[in-house]
Write a protein that binds this ligand. Structure first.
Ligand code: UGA
Length: 436
């Protein structure tokens, strides 16, 4: 099947490459000529494990191409995916749909063959109706259906998530839409991935409900961690103790510095906006957003406490290990490190940092922070080390080497990577999350 993927960003690129790998003929379209020409030369715009190899392999096999020409690329495509960005609109937190609608208009103006238009971008309930209206108004004579097919992939594990999904959600209003989508995902059908057909509006809401629920789960365990610190409990035992209950499940119960990234912060805000518009408040999600925001600031204070409190910070130096919002990505969007670094700088602390992939994108966002060549270089002369992102490279640090270069062996482990008893035995003053 010929497939057009409009938007060669994170979701578009991963989805396009994976669909090509299933054997479909895919063209990824982007209006940014520099991005397209880099992709044609095998240069990825993002860091995602396995993506470069997947793209080059499928290009060589003639199944994957890149273009800036939408009109030409959608000719003969039976499925045209819209996978452009839906950032938070400045000021009100609504998802900004201008890119989605602009693409729908352009598709409408050029659509000659029967096709399903699929929104893969995360879009608020009712967006599919509007896309359909735009296509009708465009006067196209071609048969078309508008379908919602939300994406659930995680950065850093995106290819595995796409190829072995927990489920595929298809929101379609007619048989034509359902049939074409079955063809698109036939290879996964064969793998027995459950495909859930729903109405378009339900599919749109499923995406937001899923992300809001996961954000809630994380925030819940984060608050339990705070309580553990007060009552003398261990949040990892609590997480295991509740996670073994099948109704709760063990995943997304890892306490940390608060969720970040391109999805949870943006999608929870957009859900709140939808709830407000429809006068149907989702108070739990309101609380989650507030708690998570204040948590990032609280993490800055936690590091300051480790330095001896707000009166003891002047002239001190902290090494931040990990800057990206999570490992295996270079994404810095809404990363807790941004807030933590700022809190430290405001307190007069000198901040050194190391991240395996994120420093290039991080530097302009944290101009006051000095980027270092290794964790040991960052730790040189530090009064405390704060482990902010759990990259594998930080799981087996040479503690003797660290101790030899730091000014004081103090570690604030915001991801509970290390064992408190072992750290104490190694001579560190060690603080972590939710472990008294
Ligand atoms: C998230 C969802 O997990 C995907 O299913 C969804 O498709 C995606 O958003 C999206 O909407 O596009 P992602 O943002 O890539 O994926 O990252 P996650 O692995 O979900 O992590 C999000 C944040 O939660 C990170 O800051 C992470 O450190 C934090 N987190 C996650 C925790 O603090 N504890 C956990 O137990 C899990």
């Amino acid at each position: 099947m010929k497939i057009a993927m409009v938007g060669a960003g994170y979701v578009g690129l991963v989805s396009g490459a994976c669909l090509a790998d299933f054997g479909h003929e895919v063209v990824c379209i982007d209006k940014d000529p520099a991005r397209i020409s880099r992709l044609q030369n095998g240069i990825m715009p993002i860091y995602e494990p396995g993506l470069a190899e997947l793209v080059s392999g499928n290009m060589r096999a003639g199944r994957l191409a890149f273009s800036t020409d939408l009109a030409e690329s959608i000719k003969g495509a039976q499925a045209i995916f819209i996978a452009v960005g839906t950032p938070s609109r400045r000021g009100d937190g609504h998802a900004d749909l201008s890119f989605v609608y602009a693409v729908a208009k352009e598709i409408g103006a050029n659509l000659r063959d029967p096709a399903v238009i699929v929104t893969k971008s995360t879009v608020p309930v009712g967006t599919g109706d509007e896309v359909e209206r735009i296509l009708r108004d465009s006067g196209t004579k071609a048969q078309f259906a508008v379908v919602s097919n939300p994406e659930f992939l995680r950065e850093g594990a995106a290819i595995g998530d796409f190829k072995r999904p927990d489920r595929i959600v298809i929101g379609a209003e007619d048989e034509f839409g359902r049939q074409i989508m079955k063809e698109v995902y036939r290879p996964l059908f064969l793998n027995k991935a459950p495909i859930l057909f729903t109405s378009r509006r339900s599919a749109e809401l499923i995406k937001y409900a899923a992300n809001a629920f996961l954000a809630t789960k994380i925030t819940f365990i984060n608050e339990m961690a705070d309580l553990c610190e007060k009552v003398g409990g261990n949040v990892q035992d609590v997480a295991r103790g509740i996670g073994l209950d099948n109704r709760i499940g063990p995943k997304f119960l890892h306490a940390g510095p608060g969720y970040g990234g391109s999805c949870f912060p943006k999608d929870t805000l957009a859900l709140l906006k939808t709830a407000e518009d429809y006068d149907s408040p989702v108070r739990i999600v309101e609380a989650v957003v507030k708690v998570n925001d204040s948590r990032k600031r609280a993490m800055g204070r936690k590091v300051i406490e480790a330095l001896g409190g707000p009166d003891a910070t002047r002239g001190k130096r902290v090494a931040l290990l990990g800057l990206t919002f999570k490992p295996n990505t270079d994404d810095m969007r809404d990363a807790p490190s941004l807030v933590i670094a700022q809190a430290l700088i405001d307190a007069g602390v000198e901040v050194m940092a190391y991240d395996p992939e994120g420093m290039e994108l991080a530097q302009p966002l944290m101009p006051g922070v000095t980027m270092c060549a290794s964790p040991y270089a960052a730790a040189d002369g530090a009064d405390a080390i704060a482990l902010v992102t759990e990259w594998d490279a930080f799981r087996a640090l040479d503690l003797e080497r660290i101790k030899a270069v730091v000014k004081a062996p103090v570690m604030v482990d915001l991801r509970n990577v290390y064992d408190p008893a072992e750290m104490r035995a190694a001579g560190f003053a060690y603080m972590s999350i939710g472990r008294a």
